[in-house]
Design a protein around this ligand. Structure first.
Ligand code: TYC
Length: 117
């Protein structure tokens, strides 16, 4: 892929520098990296009602009821699950929306984000 090219070349046949025996780097390395993506994680707890978590997943992550129920159950059984992968700004917004909504409803539901490798 063009964006992933790393061109680094050195030549002694290139333009002369002052002493005439050392190489001069003439090629350039295209330096465009895709921005990192962030996983948004939902954490299990013993108190937040299952229906509330399903509602959160439908409301903030655009999941249908069946998808939301399935992810909620995964969190319930495994302790956490990735609910989506986003740019830093969108992930931050999702986390803030979920945390605020849970707090307003007095549920201890926790949502965090983590950089993708
Ligand atoms: N463990 C909760 C219960 O039994 C349900 C739950 C699921 C809570 C997912 C949080 O992220 C969560 N009521």
């Amino acid at each position: 892929m063009l964006q992933d090219m790393h061109i680094l070349a050195q030549t002694s046949a290139g333009p002369a520098d002052d002493d005439g025996d050392t190489a001069v780097v003439t090629d350039v390395k295209p330096k465009t990296k895709r921005p990192p993506l962030y996983k948004v994680l939902l954490l299990n707890d013993d108190y937040t009602p299952m229906e509330f978590v399903v509602h959160v997943l439908e409301r903030f992550f655009g999941l249908n009821h069946a998808q939301a129920f399935e992810i909620m159950l995964t969190v319930h059984k495994k302790g956490l699950a990735v609910v989506g992968v986003f740019s830093h700004e969108i992930a931050e917004t999702k986390v803030a929306q979920v945390m605020d909504f849970a707090r307003r409803h007095q549920h201890p539901l926790q949502c965090t984000m983590e950089k993708e490798e």
